[in-house]
Ligand binder design. Sequence first.
Ligand SMILES: [Zn+2]
Length: 217
Amino acid sequence: MNHTPATLSIRQSVVELCQELSRRGHFSGTGGNIALRIDAEHIAVTPSATDYLTMVADDICVLRLSDLQQVAGARAPSVESGLHAKVLRARPDANASIHTHQPVASACALLGRPLAVPPGHMQTTLGRSIPVVGYAPSGSGWLSSRLARALRADTNAYLMFNHGVLCCGPTTWAAVQAVEDLEALCQQQLLQAMADRARLEPDLQAALQRVADALHA
Ligand SMILES: [Zn+2]
């Protein structure tokens, strides 16, 4: 199956998707990786530590979904292959899984708080809320197990505490839309948090002044 036109075209899609995510600013350096389902038994995964701009279809690894046995591709697969496999095994409706360190959502992932998704088109791409997956080191079985426990049938985006993001979708472009919507949602929520803080600040200042005045009375 390694050289069927469908497999070759999916491996080429992985290359193009990595380059597109890099152009859109969601992948930085070699940080970020993806997996696309080829068929019921196989997935195509980004190779480890490879420059997206020089990557070619032959670099893309083909792994058996059940045990991550590599069946094609000269390079070593991404250390996050196990993470993607958990998603694609648990969610037969999902055919694409994307892991990024996209800037604003990764900042939200540092806060460790789940996000509510406002009613509207974002609930279609993302789900109604974005859970936080507890921290575990990159590439570890511990991390993929933690993500697996957080996976829900109706949720296509997950914040990984102190790390980054995992998005999935029924198609490649649905998963990309989840990446983009999550970034926009995190931007809205961070700006709102800053505005709330600024509104609170005068009250806080006044309260501190009253305490200072009382101490010096
Ligand atoms: Zn990562």
